[in-house]
Design a protein. Structure first.
Length: 332
Protein backbone atom coordinates (compact mmCIF):
# COMPACT_ATOMS: atom_id res chain seq x y z
CA UNK A 1 0.00 0.00 0.00
CA UNK A 2 1.32 3.46 -0.92
CA UNK A 3 2.53 5.64 1.93
CA UNK A 4 0.09 8.48 2.69
CA UNK A 5 1.66 11.93 2.56
CA UNK A 6 -0.05 15.19 3.51
CA UNK A 7 1.39 18.12 1.54
CA UNK A 8 1.03 21.42 3.39
CA UNK A 9 0.74 24.51 1.18
CA UNK A 10 -0.47 28.07 1.51
CA UNK A 11 -0.22 29.32 5.05
CA UNK A 12 -0.89 32.87 6.19
CA UNK A 13 2.46 34.60 5.64
CA UNK A 14 3.50 37.08 2.96
CA UNK A 15 4.79 34.04 1.03
CA UNK A 16 1.44 32.27 0.81
CA UNK A 17 1.18 32.46 -2.99
CA UNK A 18 4.76 31.24 -3.42
CA UNK A 19 3.90 28.16 -1.37
CA UNK A 20 0.72 27.49 -3.36
CA UNK A 21 2.51 27.82 -6.70
CA UNK A 22 5.55 25.71 -5.83
CA UNK A 23 3.41 23.14 -4.06
CA UNK A 24 2.04 21.99 -7.40
CA UNK A 25 5.51 20.81 -8.43
CA UNK A 26 5.98 18.94 -5.15
CA UNK A 27 2.58 17.28 -5.49
CA UNK A 28 3.40 16.08 -9.00
CA UNK A 29 6.81 14.77 -7.89
CA UNK A 30 5.39 12.89 -4.89
CA UNK A 31 2.72 11.24 -7.04
CA UNK A 32 5.41 10.29 -9.56
CA UNK A 33 7.38 8.74 -6.67
CA UNK A 34 4.40 6.55 -5.80
CA UNK A 35 2.91 8.29 -2.75
CA UNK A 36 -0.78 8.76 -1.94
CA UNK A 37 -0.85 12.57 -1.66
CA UNK A 38 -3.41 14.79 0.06
CA UNK A 39 -2.92 18.53 -0.42
CA UNK A 40 -3.91 20.72 2.54
CA UNK A 41 -4.28 24.48 2.10
CA UNK A 42 -3.25 25.66 5.55
CA UNK A 43 -5.01 28.64 7.11
CA UNK A 44 -4.57 30.17 10.55
CA UNK A 45 -7.02 27.62 11.94
CA UNK A 46 -5.47 24.86 14.03
CA UNK A 47 -8.70 22.85 14.55
CA UNK A 48 -9.22 22.79 10.77
CA UNK A 49 -5.65 21.61 10.24
CA UNK A 50 -6.03 18.85 12.83
CA UNK A 51 -9.24 17.73 11.14
CA UNK A 52 -7.49 17.69 7.74
CA UNK A 53 -4.72 15.56 9.26
CA UNK A 54 -7.19 13.03 10.64
CA UNK A 55 -6.66 10.14 10.22
CA UNK A 56 -2.94 10.73 10.54
CA UNK A 57 -0.87 10.48 7.35
CA UNK A 58 2.39 8.54 7.38
CA UNK A 59 4.29 11.78 6.88
CA UNK A 60 3.83 15.49 6.21
CA UNK A 61 5.71 17.28 3.45
CA UNK A 62 5.96 20.83 4.77
CA UNK A 63 5.92 23.19 1.80
CA UNK A 64 4.91 26.27 3.80
CA UNK A 65 7.08 29.39 3.67
CA UNK A 66 7.47 32.39 5.93
CA UNK A 67 6.11 33.01 9.40
CA UNK A 68 3.89 30.27 10.74
CA UNK A 69 5.24 27.77 8.23
CA UNK A 70 9.01 27.61 8.61
CA UNK A 71 9.60 29.31 11.96
CA UNK A 72 8.79 26.39 14.26
CA UNK A 73 5.07 27.11 14.68
CA UNK A 74 3.63 24.46 12.39
CA UNK A 75 6.46 22.13 13.37
CA UNK A 76 5.29 22.40 16.98
CA UNK A 77 1.75 21.45 15.98
CA UNK A 78 3.02 18.40 14.10
CA UNK A 79 5.16 17.43 17.08
CA UNK A 80 2.08 17.50 19.33
CA UNK A 81 0.16 15.40 16.81
CA UNK A 82 3.15 13.01 16.57
CA UNK A 83 3.24 13.15 12.77
CA UNK A 84 6.66 12.89 11.07
CA UNK A 85 7.45 15.92 8.90
CA UNK A 86 10.12 17.02 6.44
CA UNK A 87 12.91 19.55 6.92
CA UNK A 88 14.18 20.94 10.23
CA UNK A 89 12.65 20.60 13.69
CA UNK A 90 11.11 23.25 15.92
CA UNK A 91 14.31 24.77 17.32
CA UNK A 92 16.35 24.90 14.10
CA UNK A 93 13.35 26.28 12.21
CA UNK A 94 12.77 29.03 14.78
CA UNK A 95 16.45 30.01 14.87
CA UNK A 96 16.76 29.96 11.09
CA UNK A 97 13.86 32.41 10.75
CA UNK A 98 15.22 34.70 13.48
CA UNK A 99 17.94 36.49 11.50
CA UNK A 100 19.73 38.17 14.44
CA UNK A 101 20.12 34.88 16.34
CA UNK A 102 21.15 32.99 13.19
CA UNK A 103 23.82 35.65 12.60
CA UNK A 104 25.19 35.17 16.12
CA UNK A 105 25.37 31.41 15.77
CA UNK A 106 27.04 31.69 12.37
CA UNK A 107 29.66 34.04 13.82
CA UNK A 108 30.21 31.63 16.73
CA UNK A 109 31.53 28.99 14.31
CA UNK A 110 33.79 31.37 12.42
CA UNK A 111 31.47 32.38 9.59
CA UNK A 112 31.77 36.12 8.78
CA UNK A 113 28.60 38.22 9.00
CA UNK A 114 28.01 41.83 8.04
CA UNK A 115 28.33 44.52 10.68
CA UNK A 116 24.85 45.06 12.04
CA UNK A 117 22.45 45.35 14.94
CA UNK A 118 18.79 45.23 15.86
CA UNK A 119 17.22 48.68 16.13
CA UNK A 120 13.75 49.97 16.86
CA UNK A 121 11.62 51.22 14.02
CA UNK A 122 11.85 54.76 15.44
CA UNK A 123 15.65 54.58 15.50
CA UNK A 124 15.69 53.57 11.85
CA UNK A 125 13.26 56.33 10.89
CA UNK A 126 15.51 58.88 12.59
CA UNK A 127 18.10 58.13 9.89
CA UNK A 128 20.92 57.92 12.45
CA UNK A 129 21.12 54.17 13.00
CA UNK A 130 24.11 53.63 10.68
CA UNK A 131 25.99 55.55 8.01
CA UNK A 132 24.79 54.67 4.51
CA UNK A 133 24.93 52.40 2.62
CA UNK A 134 23.12 49.89 4.78
CA UNK A 135 20.28 47.39 4.55
CA UNK A 136 17.10 47.30 6.62
CA UNK A 137 15.16 44.08 6.88
CA UNK A 138 12.53 42.42 9.09
CA UNK A 139 14.05 40.21 11.77
CA UNK A 140 11.87 37.23 10.85
CA UNK A 141 10.65 37.18 7.25
CA UNK A 142 11.81 35.21 4.21
CA UNK A 143 12.05 35.78 0.44
CA UNK A 144 13.52 39.26 1.00
CA UNK A 145 10.10 40.50 2.10
CA UNK A 146 10.43 44.05 3.49
CA UNK A 147 14.15 44.36 2.64
CA UNK A 148 15.45 47.73 1.48
CA UNK A 149 18.91 49.11 0.67
CA UNK A 150 19.53 52.65 1.96
CA UNK A 151 22.10 54.50 -0.15
CA UNK A 152 23.91 57.76 0.46
CA UNK A 153 21.88 60.87 -0.38
CA UNK A 154 18.59 58.97 -0.49
CA UNK A 155 15.76 61.49 -0.41
CA UNK A 156 13.19 59.22 1.21
CA UNK A 157 12.98 57.64 4.69
CA UNK A 158 14.89 54.40 5.40
CA UNK A 159 11.55 52.60 5.60
CA UNK A 160 7.90 53.43 4.99
CA UNK A 161 6.35 53.63 8.44
CA UNK A 162 2.82 53.23 7.08
CA UNK A 163 3.54 50.02 5.16
CA UNK A 164 5.97 48.47 7.66
CA UNK A 165 4.00 45.58 9.17
CA UNK A 166 6.94 43.52 10.41
CA UNK A 167 7.07 44.54 14.07
CA UNK A 168 8.77 47.20 16.14
CA UNK A 169 12.32 45.93 15.63
CA UNK A 170 14.44 46.07 12.49
CA UNK A 171 17.68 44.34 11.55
CA UNK A 172 20.16 46.87 10.16
CA UNK A 173 23.25 45.56 8.35
CA UNK A 174 26.17 47.18 6.59
CA UNK A 175 25.63 46.87 2.82
CA UNK A 176 28.12 44.45 1.25
CA UNK A 177 28.81 45.26 -2.41
CA UNK A 178 29.48 42.51 -4.87
CA UNK A 179 27.83 39.27 -5.94
CA UNK A 180 25.10 37.01 -4.59
CA UNK A 181 26.06 33.38 -3.92
CA UNK A 182 23.95 30.60 -2.45
CA UNK A 183 24.65 27.05 -1.27
CA UNK A 184 22.15 24.25 -0.64
CA UNK A 185 22.85 21.69 2.09
CA UNK A 186 21.17 18.28 2.13
CA UNK A 187 21.57 16.05 5.19
CA UNK A 188 24.66 17.99 6.23
CA UNK A 189 26.36 17.84 2.82
CA UNK A 190 26.87 21.13 0.94
CA UNK A 191 25.76 20.58 -2.66
CA UNK A 192 27.14 23.35 -4.90
CA UNK A 193 27.54 27.12 -5.21
CA UNK A 194 25.17 29.09 -7.45
CA UNK A 195 25.60 32.72 -8.40
CA UNK A 196 22.38 34.70 -8.65
CA UNK A 197 22.48 37.45 -11.26
CA UNK A 198 19.51 39.78 -10.90
CA UNK A 199 18.73 42.96 -12.80
CA UNK A 200 17.19 44.67 -9.78
CA UNK A 201 19.25 46.42 -7.08
CA UNK A 202 19.48 43.14 -5.17
CA UNK A 203 17.86 39.69 -5.18
CA UNK A 204 14.53 40.94 -3.81
CA UNK A 205 11.05 39.38 -3.90
CA UNK A 206 10.41 40.74 -7.40
CA UNK A 207 13.68 39.29 -8.73
CA UNK A 208 13.02 35.94 -7.06
CA UNK A 209 9.51 35.31 -8.34
CA UNK A 210 8.58 37.68 -11.16
CA UNK A 211 11.58 39.10 -13.00
CA UNK A 212 12.36 36.73 -15.87
CA UNK A 213 15.74 38.44 -16.38
CA UNK A 214 17.14 36.87 -13.18
CA UNK A 215 19.64 34.13 -14.02
CA UNK A 216 21.34 31.41 -11.98
CA UNK A 217 24.88 30.32 -12.79
CA UNK A 218 25.94 26.92 -11.44
CA UNK A 219 28.68 26.26 -10.62
CA UNK A 220 29.34 29.87 -9.69
CA UNK A 221 32.28 31.35 -11.67
CA UNK A 222 34.39 32.22 -8.63
CA UNK A 223 37.92 31.18 -7.58
CA UNK A 224 38.25 27.70 -6.10
CA UNK A 225 39.08 28.97 -2.62
CA UNK A 226 35.94 31.12 -2.58
CA UNK A 227 33.83 28.24 -3.88
CA UNK A 228 35.13 25.78 -1.30
CA UNK A 229 34.88 28.30 1.53
CA UNK A 230 31.23 28.96 0.66
CA UNK A 231 30.55 25.21 0.86
CA UNK A 232 32.33 25.03 4.21
CA UNK A 233 30.53 28.06 5.67
CA UNK A 234 27.13 26.72 4.60
CA UNK A 235 27.76 23.39 6.29
CA UNK A 236 28.96 25.12 9.47
CA UNK A 237 25.78 27.21 9.71
CA UNK A 238 23.54 24.22 8.91
CA UNK A 239 25.25 22.14 11.60
CA UNK A 240 25.35 24.76 14.36
CA UNK A 241 21.63 25.46 13.93
CA UNK A 242 20.84 21.73 13.97
CA UNK A 243 19.12 21.77 10.57
CA UNK A 244 17.88 18.64 8.81
CA UNK A 245 16.76 17.76 5.30
CA UNK A 246 17.24 20.51 2.72
CA UNK A 247 18.28 24.06 3.59
CA UNK A 248 20.01 26.89 1.76
CA UNK A 249 22.56 29.51 2.85
CA UNK A 250 22.85 32.89 1.14
CA UNK A 251 26.07 34.92 0.95
CA UNK A 252 27.39 38.18 -0.42
CA UNK A 253 30.79 38.05 -2.09
CA UNK A 254 32.81 41.25 -2.47
CA UNK A 255 35.20 40.19 -5.21
CA UNK A 256 37.31 43.33 -4.76
CA UNK A 257 38.81 41.67 -1.67
CA UNK A 258 41.55 39.06 -1.69
CA UNK A 259 40.63 35.37 -1.67
CA UNK A 260 37.60 34.38 0.36
CA UNK A 261 37.85 37.38 2.70
CA UNK A 262 35.05 39.05 0.76
CA UNK A 263 32.58 36.26 1.56
CA UNK A 264 29.87 37.18 4.07
CA UNK A 265 26.90 35.15 5.37
CA UNK A 266 23.46 36.74 5.00
CA UNK A 267 20.88 34.19 6.13
CA UNK A 268 19.72 30.58 6.05
CA UNK A 269 16.47 29.29 4.62
CA UNK A 270 15.45 26.05 6.35
CA UNK A 271 12.66 25.39 3.83
CA UNK A 272 13.87 26.71 0.47
CA UNK A 273 11.68 26.81 -2.60
CA UNK A 274 11.02 23.32 -3.90
CA UNK A 275 10.66 22.91 -7.64
CA UNK A 276 13.11 21.28 -10.04
CA UNK A 277 14.16 24.79 -11.12
CA UNK A 278 14.54 26.20 -7.60
CA UNK A 279 18.09 26.91 -6.48
CA UNK A 280 18.34 24.27 -3.74
CA UNK A 281 16.80 21.33 -5.61
CA UNK A 282 18.66 22.25 -8.82
CA UNK A 283 21.96 21.75 -6.99
CA UNK A 284 20.83 18.36 -5.69
CA UNK A 285 19.66 17.38 -9.18
CA UNK A 286 23.06 18.37 -10.59
CA UNK A 287 24.59 15.91 -8.13
CA UNK A 288 22.56 12.98 -9.41
CA UNK A 289 19.07 12.89 -7.89
CA UNK A 290 15.89 13.58 -9.86
CA UNK A 291 13.42 16.02 -8.37
CA UNK A 292 11.01 13.18 -7.59
CA UNK A 293 13.84 11.29 -5.87
CA UNK A 294 14.68 14.35 -3.79
CA UNK A 295 11.06 14.78 -2.66
CA UNK A 296 10.87 11.05 -1.85
CA UNK A 297 14.14 11.29 0.07
CA UNK A 298 12.75 14.11 2.20
CA UNK A 299 9.59 12.10 2.92
CA UNK A 300 11.49 8.93 3.81
CA UNK A 301 13.65 10.90 6.24
CA UNK A 302 10.75 12.81 7.76
CA UNK A 303 10.53 12.50 11.51
CA UNK A 304 8.79 13.72 14.62
CA UNK A 305 11.76 15.07 16.56
CA UNK A 306 10.30 15.13 20.07
CA UNK A 307 8.86 11.62 19.70
CA UNK A 308 12.19 10.25 18.41
CA UNK A 309 14.00 11.90 21.31
CA UNK A 310 11.53 10.46 23.81
CA UNK A 311 11.93 6.99 22.33
CA UNK A 312 15.72 7.28 22.48
CA UNK A 313 15.56 8.43 26.10
CA UNK A 314 13.24 5.58 27.03
CA UNK A 315 15.46 3.08 25.26
CA UNK A 316 18.57 4.39 27.02
CA UNK A 317 16.84 4.23 30.39
CA UNK A 318 15.47 0.71 29.93
CA UNK A 319 17.73 -2.08 31.22
CA UNK A 320 18.91 -4.61 28.67
CA UNK A 321 17.66 -8.18 28.95
CA UNK A 322 21.14 -9.24 30.12
CA UNK A 323 21.19 -6.49 32.71
CA UNK A 324 17.70 -7.35 33.92
CA UNK A 325 18.62 -11.03 34.23
CA UNK A 326 21.75 -10.21 36.18
CA UNK A 327 19.80 -7.99 38.55
CA UNK A 328 17.15 -10.69 39.06
CA UNK A 329 19.87 -13.30 39.75
CA UNK A 330 21.60 -11.02 42.26
CA UNK A 331 18.35 -10.42 44.11
CA UNK A 332 17.63 -14.14 44.15
Amino acid sequence: MAKKVALLVGGWSAERQVSLDKGKSVEKALIEAGYDVTVIDVKKDIPALIAALTPKPDAVFNNLHGRGGEDGVIQGVLEMLEIPYTHSGVLASAIGMDKPIARRLAASVGVPVAEGRVATKDEVLSGKVMDAPYVVKPTNEGSSVGVRIVLENDNHPPLDADSWVYGETVLVERYIPGRELTVAVLDGVAQAVTEIVSQTRFFDYEAKYHDTRTSYVMPAPVPDDVYNTALDYAKRVYDVLGCEGLARCDFRYDDSKAGATGLCFLEINTQPGCTAESIGPSQVIRNGKTFAELCAHLVENARCHALDQANQTAHAAAPSSDGAAATQKKRA
